[in-house]
Design a binder for this molecule. Structure first.
Ligand SMILES: [Mg+2]
Length: 118
């Protein structure tokens, strides 16, 4: 069981991922943009963050960098769309552990999470 922060500006996606993970007993917290994600990270210190890239207020790349400078050990998986390869590359260079391309199946999400949580 882990504390997982789901960050995406699309509510339906946060709900969908929450449902994918709910059977495994994880504690889920949601944030709707990068700025909220950074705030939430500092409050709840999640074991893992699933981070969208394109969001209002603060995008996922900026939020990744802010979280990693606050906690260099932060474990963050990017949620990406096709055509975002250059952003994904920069995210990986900036410490993202993995990326999941939308649209994704439950199995891909579960595999990525268990690979990181061990
Ligand atoms: Mg988005």
């Amino acid at each position: 069981m882990a504390k997982i922060l789901i960050v995406d500006d699309a509510e339906f996606l946060r709900v969908r991922i929450s449902k994918m993970l709910s059977g495994d007993g994880h504690e889920i917290v949601e944030a709707e943009n990068g700025a909220r994600a950074v705030e939430q990270y500092k409050i709840i210190h999640p074991d893992l963050v699933l981070m969208d890239i394109t969001m209002p207020e603060m995008d996922g790349l900026s939020a990744l960098k802010a979280i990693r400078s606050y906690d260099p050990k932060a474990r963050i998986i990017m949620l990406t769309a096709l055509g975002q390869e250059s952003v994904v590359l920069e995210a990986i260079k900036s410490g993202a552990r993995d990326f999941i391309v939308k649209p994704f199946e439950r199995e891909r999400v579960i595999n990525a999470i268990s690979k990181i949580l061990g």
